[in-house]
Ligand binder design. Sequence first.
Ligand code: CA
Length: 443
Amino acid sequence: MSLLNHTHDPAARSWVQSANAAGSDFPIQNLPFCVFRRRGSGAAFRGGVAIGDQVIDLAQLGAAGALQGLAAEAALAGAGASLNPLMALGPAAWQALRHGLFDLLKADAPDVAGTAVEALRGCLVAQAQVEYTVPAQIGDYTDFYTSVHHATNIGKLFRPDNPLMPNYKWVPIGYHGRASSIGISGQAFPRPKGQLKAPDAEAPVLAPSKRMDIELELGIFIGQGNEQGSPIGIEDAENHVFGICLLNDWSARDIQAWEYQPLGPFLSKNFASTVSPWIVTLEALAPYRVPFTRPEGDPQPLPYLDSAANRQGGSFDIQLQVGLLTDQMRAAGQSDAQLCRTSYRHAYWTVAQMVTHHTVNGCNLQPGDLFGSGTLSGPTLDQAGALIELTSGGKHPIALPNGESRTFLEDGDAVVLRGWCEQAGAARIGFGECWGQVLPARA
Ligand code: CA
């Protein structure tokens, strides 16, 4: 488990001034990873690290020789068009790179005018001038279901007599999703068509979904994999996690309601999922660990899903927010309206438990695999991470500040997810933003 060290010192400042601005997502204590290129350059995509409003070009940095040893090796592994080679190197390499960059970026670096710092200065690109791509070659995508509040709310709508299945409090539920349709923030996609069946209709029809929804999730990128047949124990689970991003798992509720039994979600989920450009490492998140607890009366996890470290700090207090920007708001120059606010701390299962459970049968994970946390609804309805919950199945429309209202998404609607961590005694760090937009269905 990644613990606190000098890179978390809330007093640390960088000579990159924008990193020291109050409210910046990317201070020197964060250093999240992305894959980017200079916009319009047609150049090859390459790995990058955020500092303030800049990106450090890892390909250029690796060639400049500003880092030594394992840190230099890690920078070179992160220089390509996907972060998989860096992910495969494991936590010692990720830490060496983080610490190497921290030493070069801090305001009081002993050699602040030295050649290594000068080399790094030449590797900075303004974030305003870059475009991003999905940061890893995602071989497999698994979507979990770790919010008991979401599972209960959805269950009530889909199965009023039997909302929460009896396995929920024992098994970290998940299903295998589709990696090909995962896109980067800014993704726009046509409204999906599918089989829709009204409750009183005799047969379904093929039509564009009328109940397009969002799912506020976190994405968990796997670092080192495991050999098929060799489960990852819970004590070792986090060593296999590279970091966490924002994830919007768009969902067509009307397609879902008709297709999901008996094998689970299929075409209602696989037309698009959007990730944020930035992956925040578990080391950066160390100040925001919180105890994993179970409500009184709930079963404790089976021994293979339990450890002292997981109980002590297996959960993360990550603040999450969803905003909606309609065509009308965009035309009027307004900013997005908040749909919900919650925290990842309410999840019923931890990151470590997801990794361990996924591999307990011998299933092999690979570098770059992505887990979705599942919709992260909090305990109260205003903390729900999906419209189907916020509107009680479309029955209670949400009033927007400009006079519009929504039950589900309309064509042109753009949704933004934001995430950040903030508490006294620690530096505020952020995840940036994850944008996506629903376009009209294709004819
Ligand atoms: Ca989902």
